[in-house]
Design a protein around this ligand. Sequence first.
Ligand code: BQF
Length: 281
Amino acid sequence: MAVLLDGKVLSEKRMEELKARVDTLRARGKTVGLAVILVGENPASQVYVRNKGKACEGLGIRGDTILLPEQTSQEELEALIEKLNQDECVDGILVQLPLPKHLDEAKALALISPDKDVDGFHVENAGRLFTGQPGVTACTPKGILAMLKAWNVPLAGKEAVVIGRSNIVGKPVAMLLLNENCTVTICHSRTADLAAHTRRADILVAAVGKPRFITAGMVKPGAAVVDVGINRVDGKVVGDVDFESVEKVAGYISPVPGGVGKMTICMLMENVIEAAERKAN
Ligand code: BQF
């Protein structure tokens, strides 16, 4: 049976350490602030934004959620981002994705000051990751690496297979694994014989978007399986990994809920605090 990569337990421990950093800043007269922009009423986004607000509250970070109506124009969104870029009280700016279809996501993200880009989605921060320069790293990829390292999963020289090629998860997590000296394969919807790839993986990161898609027969015995999926199936949240069958063959497995998602929120808080520390120093 696999070892559980327990994101709840790890994130709670990390949050304690982060709280101490917020307290240290406060003792120096510096407060920490995150602004979250939510456009429209996507129910999943509402849950995620609430999770972020609660995490801020737990750490003593000022968390402002700015709710904009579905019909908000590109100009209105951009004006808000520019205002927050200027706001001394705001260390981090986050635009909750996905945006309504009439809005240009890339254009909005490009407007966030790279110093306040706590999601790490600005081209400058993505470019820094890809060229090995220090910068802000996207929260989910950072959380995945934090989990693998916390459980001492060997990375150097190992085969890592990432399923999914998004700018938010697939591409940055592949780059982080490459920086750890893994041999990295990125698979996607057009990959031929996906199972042939996944069966070779010592580290398998599943960001597929299909419930219980990864089954035991696709997993190398002893592999570390990281489940990034969040799928709603008859009122229940399940991952991209068929946990029941895969936990019997994997060496490590992250659950959903209580796995990567928890680490994502924790790494967001770390990115906000790091932004505040950079400003203070
Ligand atoms: C958990 C996200 C897809 C698209 C946009 C904890 C979160 C989720 C799950 C959470 C996510 C996923 C977030 C759990 C933020 C992670 O215990 O399993 C926390 O709030 N997330 C997001 O902001 O945008 C997304 C997934």
